[in-house]
Design a protein around this ligand. Structure first.
Ligand code: SF4
Length: 50
């Protein structure tokens, strides 16, 4: 279980400054049909645009 989530996506409503995420939990998904092999192939589905 992640202790802290550090995120730079300041355009998200859950972004809390100092690169923190204020969401109760987050859901990370593959951004392609097959399983990710690199971080660039993952996305935060909890993202909520401001
Ligand atoms: S919900 Fe996802 S995109 Fe939004 S601040 Fe948290 S980790 Fe970042």
């Amino acid at each position: 279980m992640a202790k802290d989530v550090i995120c730079e996506v300041s355009s998200c409503r859950n972004w809390a400054g100092n690169n923190r995420c204020s969401a109760e939990s987050i859901f990370i998904v593959n951004n392609k049909e097959s399983n990710a092999h690199r971080s660039a192939e993952t996305d935060c589905k909890t993202f909520d645009p401001k």
